[in-house]
Design a protein around this ligand. Structure first.
Ligand SMILES: C[S@@+](CC[C@H](N)C(=O)[O-])C[C@H]1O[C@@H](n2cnc3c(N)ncnc32)[C@H](O)[C@@H]1O
Length: 250
């Protein structure tokens, strides 16, 4: 464990992590991700101007998409993540759950990336989110989302421990995959320099589904599946991919 003589407090996912999320994710190339999103979106749409990120987190992807010239806005269910996003981004950013978020106008593209859909606990929530994206989009608009796959959990994140320190905090991250419940569990202990007497503990549960299960859920909506890509490529996504990007058209 990280420290002795400090009190452990259990808090909601991302409530303590938010402040150091960008440090924890500094290995992620959001510019590359934004370029990839633009590439696969342009492949399937002639008109792409406005984008809403349904799980924008601290706004890193929104920032890159904005720099590519798109009109961007974002929401996220974590108020703490939104607080950071608002500091980074001059764009409409609000707190909302992707299962029933409303938008002021109908965007050309909705995105939900970096495992965010894996957080949806059950099929009902998945269908709610898919149908909600459909309802907010313009006619012929796209919904692009990704999933982290079973292959990724079984082979890459089966057991993983990380300890890091930033200027603000020290954290411990332990990951394991519960095969019976198909849950990827990421457990964090975070201790901020400003409150060394407390260790914040967060347990993140991601439901890991087969690509086939996702395809089955998409079939239950009015969306047309126009793309299913492996990782950051244009190769077809499969159960062997670590990450799959889906492109749905209204
Ligand atoms: C791994 S983070 C990814 C954040 C961001 N997309 C990025 O690339 O950095 C997952 C995000 O999904 C958000 N999230 C989880 N469930 C959500 C829901 N039902 N509605 C909206 N956001 C949700 C979390 O609050 C968190 O910010």
């Amino acid at each position: 464990m990280l420290l002795k003589k400090a009190k452990k407090i259990t808090v909601a996912p991302y409530s303590a992590l938010a402040e150091i999320y960008d440090f924890v994710m500094n290995h992620v190339d959001y510019q590359r991700w934004a370029n990839y999103v633009a590439l696969i979106a342009q492949k399937h749409s002639d008109h792409l101007r406005s984008i809403v990120d349904f799980s924008c987190g601290t706004g890193s992807l929104c920032l890159q998409l904005k720099q590519l010239g798109y009109e961007v806005s974002g929401c996220d269910s974590s108020v703490e993540m939104i607080r950071i996003a608002r500091q980074k981004l001059d764009a409409p950013i609000w707190c909302a759950d992707m299962r029933h978020v409303a938008t002021q106008s109908s965007p050309d593209l909705v995105v939900s990336l970096y495992d965010s859909m894996n957080y949806l606990p059950d099929n009902f929530s998945w269908l709610q989110s898919l149908k909600n994206a459909y309802s907010v989009l313009k006619s012929k608009g796209l919904f692009i989302f990704d999933i982290s796959t079973l292959h990724n959990s079984i082979n890459v994140f089966k057991k993983y421990i990380e300890k890091e320190k930033s200027e603000k905090a020290a954290y411990l991250r332990k990951s394991h995959f519960d095969k019976n419940r198909q849950l990827q569990i990421n457990y964090f202990e975070i201790r901020y320099k400003k409150s060394p007497e407390i260790i914040f503990c967060e347990t993140h549960k991601q439901r890991i589904r087969k690509v086939q299960e996702i395809l089955e859920m998409i079939r239950q909506t009015d969306f047309e599946l126009v793309g299913c890509y492996s990782g950051f490529s244009l190769q077809p996504g499969s159960e062997e991919s670590e990450r799959v990007h889906f492109v749905l058209k209204k």
